[in-house]
Design a protein around this ligand. Structure first.
Ligand SMILES: [Zn+2]
Ligand SMILES: [Zn+2]
Length: 192
């Protein structure tokens, strides 16, 4: 099944397992609510996300199963919590729909009542943007409460995934501190 709207390039299909997939501009979307708005999507820079997340998983396994046990149970417990938080928040920041603004209903009868609305009309997305909505050229869609486009999460950071992005930054800081403390404790124990 293929459909092409006049605005954004859009492609959708339903897999043999009955799972709907939709490509809206440069975003790969899956799991939709009843209005057809995607709950999750991954952006054009998805290889960065796969690469960095694999690195975090390998680092987590190395610390939790190899390095932390030489320091102690408490260190292993902290490692599980910190790496779990880092990988969880990073994955959510990368997968949650950042706030795609798009004419999901496909209604072409858009009323542009005044000049301000005309100024804020995005022809690509066929919507009147509000003050904090910005069209991202990389993702190819308008994002509600646009913060920035982050290649490391593969797509934009906006209204819905900003909280997870902050979680990811805090997770990064905690992981950095944890790695330094664990390595210094390990070195100290080895020289005892
Ligand atoms: Zn737009
Ligand atoms: Zn973007």
């Amino acid at each position: 099944m293929e459909s092409v709207s006049e605005g954004l390039p859009k492609y959708s299909r339903i897999s043999k397992l009955g799972i709907k997939y939709e490509k809206i501009a440069n975003l790969h979307c899956f799991l939709f609510d009843k209005n057809g708005v995607p709950r999750y999507c991954i952006g054009p820079h998805w290889p960065f996300f796969v690469g960095l997340n694999s690195f975090f998983v390998i680092l987590a396994l190395l610390f939790i199963f190899v390095i932390c046990p030489t320091v102690g149970d408490l260190d292993t417990f902290c490692g599980v919590i910190i790496f779990g938080f880092l990988i969880g928040s990073y994955t959510l920041a990368a997968l949650v729909n950042p706030g795609i603004c798009y004419n999901f209903s496909g209604d072409q009868e858009m009323e542009i009542s005044n000049s301000l609305a005309a100024e804020r009309y995005c022809e690509r997305c066929e919507i009147v943007k509000n003050a904090r909505t910005t069209h991202c050229d990389e993702c190819g869609v308008c994002i509600d409460e646009y913060d920035h486009h982050c290649p490391w999460t593969s797509k934009c950071i906006g209204k819905n995934n900003l909280i997870f992005f902050y979680g990811f930054l805090i997770g990064l800081l905690c992981t950095f501190i944890f790695v330094i403390v664990t390595m210094s404790l390990k070195t100290r124990f080895e020289h005892k």
